[in-house]
Design a protein around this ligand. Structure first.
Ligand SMILES: [Zn+2]
Length: 404
């Protein structure tokens, strides 16, 4: 049987070997040296009759500046290219171009201290969750060089990726604390823009002020703004104004998370106030309202398997409130919180409207309408706590306005 011949190109000249290892087109390797932990390779472009970019006339070399670029590590050794550039002069006296430096984006982009392939690698790595500082250490370069490359190439990737964003009818705005800086920990906020329909992050705006956020939304193409049916926001007046001004036809929706957060804060505030009125001091361990503080947070309809003992918890909460909340104020606040939670779980629009009318809204005028106790102005009279506690699983929407 005839043995198949395996052929491979063999390079024997050291320059040829290094050129192939470096693997850049139209580049000549001038020198290699090891300086401490870093390998340094001197390179230059192969230029044949370079022409002026303006008049296409002949040029002559004026200078050979050397610029250092960080490249990908080779065999675990961080590499630096010392690119001996060509600064050229146009020989035509009429040409407005005097001098120019020849570059090559295949080697490195303008204003970037990393080679193109190192910059692309950085973008991929940061995209997969690695830190800039870690990559800077791997490449033996500065944090700033890696970050600049990331910004320059990342922007290009985002611009080129036109299929990243899907069509949407709902955009959400939310603020995020981005940075605390300086001796006084000055807070810097950013605005997160989300595609609520496709659960996708669209953009991050480095401020939460009206002009910038409104400009972002205003700058979106007409087919995006025109199709927008819902603007989702927290309870921020700024974001409300943004949607109101830029997309007035879109329905503004306050998202559930923020509403529930405020409901829980109000409930907790009520609990602490009642505690102070009843006992004259803040909650201490062993006191009924203090014991009830975590039970108040748990949603009556929670499906968490750890809350299987729901009826017992409910009975315990009722008992604690009967002891620590004789006027039923905390029970009322709890009922409102539960009604809001139930309202957000309702998928039937009519039932939701009914819950809204009967439960949430009516509770507020009711509490205001009840005459305060003259001895304790913050207390509300004529309230039966047991009648307000409708929090069993599957219960009807609670009648919060129990005085009816
Ligand atoms: Zn010229």
């Amino acid at each position: 049987m005839k043995k198949k011949k395996i052929s491979a190109s063999v390079h024997v000249g050291p320059n040829e070997i290094v050129t192939h290892l470096v693997g850049l087109k139209d580049v000549r390797i001038l020198h290699y040296a090891r300086r401490g932990p870093v390998g340094e390779i001197d390179i230059e472009q192969v230029l044949i009759d370079p022409r002026c970019p303006r008049c296409d006339g002949p040029t002559r070399v004026k200078d050979r500046p050397v610029v250092a670029y960080c490249d990908l590590p080779f065999a675990g050794v961080p590499m630096t290219f010392l690119w001996k550039k060509h600064r050229l002069v146009c020989t035509s006296s009429q040409c407005p171009v005097k001098t120019f430096t020849r570059g090559d984006h295949r080697i490195a982009a303008v204003g970037c201290r990393l080679t193109s392939r190192a910059a692309k690698w950085v973008v991929r790595k940061i995209g997969s969750g690695q830190h800039v500082s870690h990559l800077a250490h791997t490449l033996n370069t500065s944090w700033d060089s890696v970050n600049t490359a990331m910004r320059r190439y990342g922007e290009a990737v985002m611009t080129a990726d036109t299929k990243r964003l899907k069509e949407t009818t709902a955009i959400g705005l939310d603020e995020t604390l981005f940075l605390r800086e300086g001796p006084f920990k000055h807070k810097y906020w950013s605005t997160t823009v989300c595609d609520v329909v496709n659960n996708q992050l669209i953009d991050i705006i480095p401020t939460r002020d009206f002009p910038e956020v409104a400009r972002w939304l205003h700058d979106q193409p007409e087919h995006v703004k025109g199709r927008l049916q819902y603007g989702c926001l927290d309870m921020s007046r700024t974001y409300n104004a943004v949607f109101k001004v830029v997309t007035p036809t879109a329905t503004r929706v306050i998202d559930r998370f923020h509403v529930m957060r405020y409901a829980l804060l109000a409930l907790d505030e009520c609990r602490r106030r009642v505690q102070q009125v009843q006992l004259g001091h803040r909650g201490r361990s062993g006191e009924p309202l203090y014991k009830a503080r975590k039970l108040l947070v748990i949603k009556a309809t929670a499906t968490d398997p750890q809350l299987q003992a729901r009826p017992q918890l409910q009975a315990r909460l009722e008992g604690l409130l009967a002891l620590g909340d004789p006027d039923g104020e905390v029970a009322l606040a709890y009922g409102v919180k539960e009604a809001i939670a139930r309202f957000y779980e309702t998928t039937d629009a009519e039932l939701a409207a009914d819950t809204d009318r009967s439960g949430i809204c009516s509770a507020i005028p009711m509490t205001r309408g009840v005459a305060p106790d003259s001895a304790h102005p913050q207390r509300v009279q004529h309230v039966d706590p047991s009648s307000r506690l409708h929090c069993g699983a599957g219960a009807r929407p609670p009648r919060i306005s129990m005085g009816e």
